[in-house]
Design a protein around this ligand. Structure first.
Ligand code: AMP
Ligand code: MG
Length: 536
């Protein structure tokens, strides 16, 4: 969308309307000392100034949401504001209080340890957007940590937020990535090898950053009045279509959260995204993907894979377990809001609704990925079950496989190896495929071809449908790492280039095919490519 020059705001015309802090209970203490914060949703806190900030990259689409043009994003003022060195009139920075279950255990108070909200903007469309700096210094919730973030993890968060948005996955957004000019010490794998890394700040943007854990903390503390305030506020602000808060509306709201969460997980499964740390403090009440840490993209299709080395043993947050974990997290949210509803049955029914929505969403999604008009359980449950086996015979790149599948013609009479040929590129080691494996893939392809023939779509129609949901370009783990390596050496060209490629993930992009390649061998065991930790 184009704005005329008159409509574009410069930075100092940004208008803030800080409803969260205006309507919700504040922590009366405004010092920046560590503490337990009772009966409050947030604590006021100032970002910590830094000495030599500089811009790495910004997202013009997110700037547009704030009615800012690109020129405004390339000024020194922009850098000073979004690193946390300067505030605009109307900004009133705060960190919010929340708790959470981490890896299945209740962890007590967590809160924004290194995220500082600057305020909320209402754009010209009347949308409300909260601006949040991540890595701009410690807050009362920083616990033992420094409140900072490093370039490595911040670049991953910036790029992935935007890549997910362009893939059509609900997500928080990222306006900017800045270097602080200061060094931050991190022991990446917590194994006694600390290293200095460049410090960075991302400005995240979302309608709200409220998490399941934001509600849990009040129930855990038996602060039911504050729980009610936050639920009422969330309904009025983020779910206004539900009407004025009441017991009935609380339930409708929880059902809506279940529906949105189901939809988000279906998208993750569609594109091969593994969040890596689905703790309840990392679950957005809006059903947005939030808190990009040790996430990863499935390369070879392996539902048991998680990029997070901290979770390697238990695999709680592995790809294939994400739908179950979301349900578990929703059950924790149901427990948290129970005091407002005091009936078990309707909450259980809503959790059932999550299951139903997920199942239906998954079937629709699989039908689209396979280019079917409609998912017919009679034929398509066995078809997809067999496909899951076929994808696991040997290392098979999920993204390339689905993209190439669109080239298997419904009406051509290819068989044997030539039927199989379009898919060859999806295999990491095609020579590993035994004759038996090949026969199994070919067998599946024959069934698939019969199935698509019944739909009578032209190959072209089907290809178009499939390519609109099966991305060609995803933020492969090694691509982000290459951009990190370059940026750490002072060259930010690749992060900018990747952002541009990820803007059109479903398009063929002549000249950019290198970004659609399978993971190269060097990246198989390299830190940052297949192994990540929570250190960030
Ligand atoms: P995460 O696992 O990244 O979702 O973080 C869990 C909690 O730790 C959140 O409350 C974060 O704010 C906090 N946290 C993580 N890293 C830092 C840090 N470097 N400084 C302060 N708080 C942090
Ligand atoms: Mg978090």
């Amino acid at each position: 969308m184009k704005y005329t020059a008159r409509q574009i705001s410069t930075l100092d015309t940004l208008k803030f309307d800080n409803r969260f802090i205006r309507e919700l209970p504040a922590d009366p203490d405004s010092s920046n000392r560590l503490r337990q914060v009772h009966r409050a949703c947030y604590s006021r806190v100032q970002p910590t100034p830094v000495t030599a900030p500089s811009l790495v990259v910004y997202a013009r689409e997110v700037a547009e949401l704030l009615n800012l043009d690109s020129a405004a994003c390339q000024t020194d003022e922009f850098v000073q504001l979004f690193v946390g060195n300067r505030l605009l009139p109307g900004m009133d920075p705060y960190a919010s209080c929340y708790g959470g279950h981490q890896f299945g255990n209740w962890a007590g108070q967590l809160g924004d340890g290194r995220a500082i909200n600057l305020g909320e903007i209402i754009n010209r469309k009347g949308e409300r957007w909260t601006l949040q700096l991540k890595g701009a210094g410690p807050t009362p919730y920083a616990r033992q940590a420094d409140g900072l973030a490093v370039l490595r993890s911040s670049l991953r968060e910036f790029l992935c937020s935007e890549a997910m948005y362009h893939l059509g996955v609900p997500t928080t957004r990222a306006l900017s990535l800045l270097l602080t000019g200061e060094q931050v010490t991190r022991d990446m794998f917590y194994d006694g090898h600390p290293k200095d890394e460049p410090g960075a700040v991302v400005c995240r943007v979302a309608p709200s950053f409220t998490r399941f854990g934001s509600f849990q903390i009040f129930t855990w503390r038996n602060q039911i009045e504050q729980l009610r305030q936050l639920v009422d506020y969330t309904i009025r602000t983020d779910f206004p279509q539900l009407g004025a808060p009441s017991e009935k509306v609380y339930l409708q709201w929880f059902e809506e959260v279940c529906r949105r969460t189901a939809a988000m997980i279906v998208h993750w499964m569609r594109v091969g995204f593994v969040h890596g740390v689905m703790n309840t403090d990392n679950m957005s009440i809006l059903g947005l993907t939030i808190d990009y840490g040790p996430y990863g993209w499935l390369e070879d299709y392996n539902p048991d894979w998680t990029p997070n080395t901290t979770d390697a043993q238990g695999g709680r947050y592995r790809f294939g377990n994400q739908p179950q974990i979301a349900l578990w997290n929703l059950a924790q949210l149901a427990n948290a809001i129970y005091p407002l509803i005091e009936q078990v049955e309707p909450l259980e029914e809503a959790l059932q609704l999550y299951g139903d929505c997920y199942k239906q969403g998954w079937q629709e999604m699989m039908a689209q990925k396979l280019g079917l008009k409609k998912f017919d359980p009679a034929t398509d449950l066995p078809l997809t079950a067999e496909l899951a086996k076929v994808l696991r015979l040997v290392e098979t790149d999920m993204t390339i496989f689905y993209r190439m599948l669109a080239d298997v013609g419904a009406d051509d009479h290819a068989d044997g190896d030539s039927l199989f040929k379009p898919l060859l590129d999806a295999y990491y080691q095609p020579e590993e495929l035994t004759e038996e494996n090949k026969a199994q893939v070919i067998g599946w392809l024959r069934t698939y071809r019969q199935r698509i023939a019944t739909d009578r779509l032209s190959t072209e129609q089907r290809r178009r449908q499939m390519n609109a949901v099966n991305p060609k370009y995803v933020l492969r783990n090694y691509l982000a790492q290459l951009a990190i390596d370059k940026s750490e050496a002072g060259d930010h060209s690749l992060v900018n280039e990747l952002l541009e490629v990820m803007r059109h993930p479903y398009d063929e992009q002549p000249g950019n095919e290198e970004f659609a390649q399978k993971r190269p061998e060097w990246a198989r065991h390299r830190a940052g490519c297949s192994m990540l930790s929570c250190s960030s």
